[in-house]
Design a protein around this ligand. Structure first.
Ligand code: P6P
Length: 334
């Protein structure tokens, strides 16, 4: 008989629940709830073509972006799972203008808040390109039992308790950190469990890939132009030219760079003068993960995790990935 020699996400969380100061099981249950939502979204994503849930929802989010049906489904799934789980008192989501106070008697006593992009890269849903969920968890600053306030979400990323992402690709993976390294779990649909597949993930200090939308090159900062040009030069000893790998789904681009080494670049552009990516639920969680894996995440002028947010949907430029690559680009931006 086959032995069961894998570690499930639930077992892993339980084994390491003392990593969160003061956590007495609530945090483990919150991570469990996120795993449940991720498995449910994975099921929806994988049958999207069959279940008429592709395409536009006919609504827009605060970003003015057309919401895809799966965006709305994913957002509602996370809200429902976290509400039912009772360990979260409020959620800030890309899909909602303001933060949502979870409506259950138990949630009112919860001490955690979650910032989430339920389905990042959703413009790729209809063309079957990998998409993802990005989440981060904080302890509320307002007193337990009172109404959550915006300041619960306006904490710098360096106060984050945990962050992670789910990539819905050739397989569904959940990658997360509680500040003690990064671990990756692959969903085994046969048993409906995330199983530890990538323990103690570390991003190579140097890679051969840059992820940047070169359609924006004309409006790029001079340092970005100089760096992209450097990457494109022929120089065998330094493995150049590097490869450009950019599919317009940050979770997918980030995940590849985390595994293989690389740099993800989204600077200010003419269309997005503060950058396109949102601090709270895109840049901060990914910055937390990449730093825990030995990489760097910067806005070009400061560490992403040190920014004190002033808006739920604040955008920042972001340069993140392999340490040596980001350091080289930051030098060129000076
Ligand atoms: P552009 C998806 O909409 C997203 O937020 C990220 O997942 C992705 O990296 C980026 O925007 C793509 O933006 O302007 O290159 O299409």
């Amino acid at each position: 008989m086959n032995r069961f020699n894998v570690t499930t996400l639930g077992q892993f969380i339980t084994e390491r629940q003392n990593e969160i100061p003061g956590a007495k099981g609530e945090f483990s249950r919150l991570l469990r709830d996120i795993g449940i939502a991720a498995k449910t979204i994975s099921r929806e994503v994988n049958r999207a073509g069959l279940a008429e849930i592709l395409g536009e929802a006919g609504s827009e989010n605060i970003q003015g972006e057309d919401q895809k049906k799966l965006d709305v489904i994913g957002n509602n799934l996370f809200i429902d799972c976290l509400t039912r789980g009772g360990e979260t008192c409020a959620i800030a989501s890309e899909e909602n203008d303001d933060f949502i106070i979870l409506n259950s008697p138990v949630s009112a006593q919860a001490k955690y808040v979650v910032a989430i992009d339920p389905l990042d890269g959703s413009s790729n849903i209809d063309v079957n390109v990998s998409i993802g969920t990005i989440f981060s968890i904080y302890e509320r600053v307002s007193p337990v039992g009172t109404a959550p306030i915006k300041e619960d979400f306006f904490q710098p990323g360096n106060k984050m308790l945990a962050a992670g992402y789910v990539i819905y690709g050739t397989s569904t993976m959940l990658v997360y950190s509680t500040g003690n390294g990064v671990n990756g779990f692959t969903l085994d649909p046969g048993i409906g469990e995330f199983c530890l597949s990538h323990p103690n993930m570390k991003i190579p200090a140097l890679g051969k890939t840059y992820s940047y939308n070169e359609g924006n090159i004309l409006s790029a900062p001079e340092g970005v132009k100089a760096y992209i040009n450097w990457c494109q030069q022929v120089d065998k000893p330094t493995n150049r030219p590097y490869s450009a790998r950019y599919i317009g789904s940050m979770v997918a681009d980030f995940h590849r760079n985390l595994l293989k080494g690389g740099i993800f670049i989204y600077p200010a552009t003419t269309k997005s003068p503060n950058g396109k990516l949102r601090l709270l639920y895109e840049c901060n969680p990914m910055a937390f993960i990449v730093e825990q894996a030995g990489g760097i995440a910067s806005t070009g002028t400061q560490r992403v995790l040190d920014i004190v947010p002033n808006d739920l949907h604040q955008r920042v430029p972001v340069y993140m990935g392999s340490k040596q690559m980001v350091e080289q680009l930051l030098d060129l931006l000076k």
